[in-house]
Design a protein around this ligand. Structure first.
Ligand code: SAM
Length: 259
């Protein structure tokens, strides 16, 4: 039986070479700045980036902190990360292979634990957040950045179905309330919350995942039907100058020092 980790490794081995595409939201400067400028970064901060991928966020944070350990479960992503680290000469950023569910670190080892766009790929988001909460110190910060599902349950099912059609390793984006609940349950209640509506251009989004043509067409037809007044997809499609895009909502949920 295929596990969620197998699906993640299969998809991200395929996606790794495309992660630097400037047409993607992943490297969008403004979105990285939003997160980096919101975080409590100091020259002595010891940070961990979980599901770091090719290190978009780790690399943006590294110049502002003492050190960053960037963990990911997909070797191809770590390989691309190592090349980026070398190119940028970031000697305080250390890539390491690890599963978010079994972080090879001591309790409270980090001042800051980050996870951007990993949560919706996790089979058991509660267990992963609890594991991240374990390795952040009481005086530290846990910061989760992820896609949000629409609050409406039916729309959320449709939204996640389309995301999963395009990337089978997409498990499920949580709602805003669920994210707050998960952090509460891990003993790290949200102390700071912000969100951004992010416009996603359809072509680079499909190209990254090498989505087969038939699947692209199914998704495109559903978005076009919605634009013509048909059933909502939960994707909030847009069309400008003949180009289709859609809207995601990204939340940045932080839990600062405990009591
Ligand atoms: C959408 S990418 C995000 C990468 C990066 N955080 C960023 O914001 O650009 C998701 C990453 O999560 C990783 N991932 C998924 N499940 C994981 C797990 N259980 N443990 C560690 N990494 C995981 C994938 O390998 C992939 O690199």
């Amino acid at each position: 039986m295929t596990s969620q980790i197998d699906r993640v490794q299969l998809e991200f081995t395929r996606q790794a070479p495309g992660f630097a595409d400037p047409g993607l939201t992943l490297g969008r400067e403004e979105l990285l700045r939003w997160v980096v400028e919101s975080l409590p970064l100091e020259a002595t901060t010891v940070a961990l980036d979980v599901a770091a991928g090719t290190g978009h966020l780790s690399r943006a944070a590294a110049p502002h902190v003492g050190s960053v350990v960037a963990v990911d479960v997909t070797s191809a992503m770590l390989q691309a990360l190592r090349a980026e680290v070398e190119r940028a000469g970031l000697d305080n950023l250390r890539p390491m292979r690890a599963d978010a569910g079994r972080l090879p670190f001591a309790d409270g080892q980090f001042d800051l634990v980050l996870c951007r766009l990993g949560l919706h790929h996790f089979a058991e988001p509660a267990a992963k957040i609890a594991e991240m909460a374990r390795v952040v110190g009481a005086s530290g910060t846990l910061a989760i950045v992820d896609l949000l599902s629409p609050d409406d349950a039916d729309l959320a099912v449709r939204y996640n179905t389309f995301e999963r059609m395009r990337d089978p390793s997409h498990n499920r984006a949580v709602t805003a309330d669920e994210l707050r609940g998960l952090m509460d349950a891990a003993g790290r209640p949200v102390t700071d919350w912000s969100a951004r509506v992010v416009e996603v251009a359809l072509d680079p989004w499909f190209d990254l995942t090498r989505t087969p043509d038939a699947t692209r067409q199914t998704i495109i037809r559903a978005l076009e039907r919605e634009l013509e007044g048909g059933p909502p997809t939960g994707m909030r499609p847009r069309e400008r100058a003949g180009r289709l895009s859609f809207l995601q909502t990204w939340a940045l949920a932080q839990s600062g020092p405990r009591g």
